[in-house]
Ligand binder design. Structure first.
Ligand SMILES: [Mg+2]
Length: 365
């Protein structure tokens, strides 16, 4: 099956919260590119490349990266996914989100041409549903508690509290949310690298009384000694995210037991192939893993649901429902129900493009 066209177009989705803030910045839109591959058999496969400056690619850099990769995809056998990956890696180091868009579109194209769900190309599914964790963006403790309560009323039971490195304020955030959502809810925090190791230890040990399940990337991505110190000094599972940006980095984190867990993301790892490899490394090293936020369109989350369905070690809620707080999604077919996503069983990744009534470049209606 030969790929006869490679197209990409911008995808801009306005956020419900125009002041959505985490420790690395504030956003009012989620931006990326849809990758569309067509084959000589007439089948179409879709992938998504998300713009996230902290993963390497921006909305401005993605078109140039995708354009550069085009000759390595056009005219090639769609099933030769590893060979295409090798060509992309030789062509450009990094550019993981552009590579992820192409990798996912190839998998989707192959699955649709075979008439099977995508998870069948990843080893088949080991679960039918995935629990969804929702992110609570940085605001005052009272505002964050109110937002968590709204999500609880919608059926969510897992929450990630974004914090920004101020021990007193951050402990107050966790306290306010625990008091509002009750004892049955599961709480995690994500500092996005904003603590010093000593402040992280102080904060997490104080937060532990409010029962945290997990702490994500407390210190700088390249501070491995600091991260290890935090892991050894707190009673809560410590997870790497920004510091687990490549399969090689995950190998270092796992083989040295620098963390208890790793957040896997298709976008930062450059596609499904690398995410599978990273999961195997975690399994071998007895380090936990789950899928972190796949921010943006349902399309990008659909690929991640199939990955979560196929990975035996996913033992905690995954961040695959953030599309629920965005408008103008160009894809439809998955929805969170009672805090869970059902694994789609139709051909391919399980979402389809919808007719657009707005400008994809700006997201305006
Ligand atoms: Mg994170």
């Amino acid at each position: 099956m030969i790929i006869t066209s490679v197209e990409f177009e911008p995808c801009v989705m306005p956020l419900e919260d125009k002041n959505w803030t985490f420790a690395l910045g504030t956003a009012s839109t989620s931006r990326g590119y849809i990758v569309r591959l067509t084959s000589d058999s007439g089948h179409v496969g879709y992938g998504y490349s998300n713009s996230s400056p902290h993963m390497g690619s921006t909305f401005e850099s993605l078109p140039a990266e995708l354009e550069r990769f085009k000759p390595h995809v056009l005219g090639k056998d769609a099933f030769a996914i590893e060979a295409i990956h090798m060509a992309l890696d030789r062509s450009l180091t990094g550019a993981s989100q552009a590579k992820a868009g192409i990798d996912c579109a190839l998998h989707d194209l192959c699955a649709r041409s075979l008439g099977v769900p995508l998870y069948n190309l990843l080893g088949g599914k080991v679960r039918d549903k995935v629990s969804v964790l929702r992110i609570v963006a940085i605001k005052t403790p009272a505002e964050m508690a109110a937002n968590a309560e709204k999500l609880l009323a919608q059926g969510y039971r897992y929450f990630k509290i974004k914090v920004h490195g101020d021990v007193e304020e951050d402990v107050a955030r966790v306290k306010a949310i625990r008091e509002r959502v009750g004892e049955d809810a599961h709480l995690t925090i994500d500092a996005n690298q904003s603590y010093s190791p000593k402040d992280a230890i102080t904060a997490i040990n104080r937060m532990a009384q409010y029962r945290l399940d997990l702490v994500e990337q407390p210190v700088a991505r390249d501070d491995l000694k600091g991260l290890e110190l935090v892991t050894r000094s707190v009673p809560v599972t410590v997870e790497a995210d920004e510091g687990a940006g490549t399969v090689d980095e995950i190998m270092t984190l796992v083989s040295n037991r620098i963390v208890d867990a790793v957040s896997l993301k298709i976008q930062k790892l450059g596609g499904l192939r690398n995410a599978l490899a990273a999961a195997r490394i975690c399994e071998a090293g007895k380090v936990k893993y789950r899928l972190g936020a796949h921010v943006g369109t349902r399309l990008g989350n659909a690929h991640a649901i199939h990955l979560a369905a196929a990975l035996p070690g996913v033992d905690y809620a995954c961040e695959l429902g953030e599309f629920s707080r965005m408008f103008n999604d160009p894809f439809a077919g998955i929805e969170v129900v009672n805090g869970e996503l059902a694994v789609p069983d139709g051909p391919g990744c399980g979402v389809e493009p919808v007719a657009q009534a707005h400008d994809r470049k700006t997201g305006a209606a």
